[in-house]
Ligand binder design. Structure first.
Ligand SMILES: Nc1ncnc2c1ncn2[C@@H]1O[C@H](COP(=O)(O)OP(=O)(O)OP(=O)(O)O)[C@@H](O)[C@H]1O
Ligand SMILES: O=C(O)C1=C[C@@H](O)[C@@H](O)[C@H](O)C1
Ligand SMILES: [Mg+2]
Length: 168
């Protein structure tokens, strides 16, 4: 089975994905890291040098490659991945998708704590700008995230509890 984690930046896709994969004995793949390794450039460099549209094409190609290569894997996607092309349909065709539903306040405090240098869409934003950017982005992306096959309320849950709740 392929399990795709989807949700906003800072919702815990990478953190939870790694632990879920370990729990299930599955391979863990982070889509952002896969692209970084393939390209030999950071996400920030790809955005800066080739632009976001190019990154979205790389993201789609990476999804296509991964479904060919793996049968049992947890794949943490980038925050925007399900929201471009027909990626959410593609994801649901090849596996299950879990939307990590996290409130804007929790997202913004996690993202501020973690620093923003590897998240080009957030670079240079003040806390107020960050909150309004997240709210606006989620407002648009919700239509895609809502098509996940599973939803986890993930603001407060600790990782171990989330793994139990999924009951996989
Ligand atoms: N359930 C949780 N409880 C508390 N903190 C968490 C939880 N999940 C993730 N975090 C923290 O939130 C931050 C963001 O998590 P993570 O990098 O996993 O998010 P992401 O969804 O992969 O983001 P991106 O889309 O930018 O890759 C990290 O500092 C992580 O330690
Ligand atoms: O939410 C987004 O659009 C992004 C999230 C990150 O995971 C990266 O994929 C990139 O920084 C873009
Ligand atoms: Mg991540």
């Amino acid at each position: 089975m392929l399990i795709f984690l989807i949700g906003m930046m800072g919702s815990g896709k990478t953190t939870l994905g790694r632990q879920l994969a370990q729990h299930l004995g599955y391979t863990f793949i982070d889509l952002d890291e896969y692209i970084v390794q393939q390209q030999g450039q950071s996400i920030a460099q790809i955005f800066e040098q080739q632009g976001q549209d190019y990154f979205r094409v790389l993201e789609r190609k990476a999804l296509e490659e991964l479904v060919e290569q793996y049968e049992q894997a947890v794949i943490s996607t980038g925050g925007g991945a399900p929201c471009f092309f027909d990626n959410i349909d593609f994801i649901n065709q090849y596996g299950i998708s879990i939307f990590l539903d996290v409130s804007i306040n929790v997202l913004s405090s996690r993202l501020i704590a973690q620093g923003q240098e590897e998240r080009p869409l957030l670079t240079g934003k003040s806390e107020t700008d960050l909150i309004s950017f997240l709210a606006k982005t989620l407002d648009y992306r919700k239509q895609f995230y809502d098509r996940a096959t599973h939803v986890l309320q993930a603001s407060e849950q600790c990782i171990e509890r989330m793994v139990q709740l999924l009951n996989l």
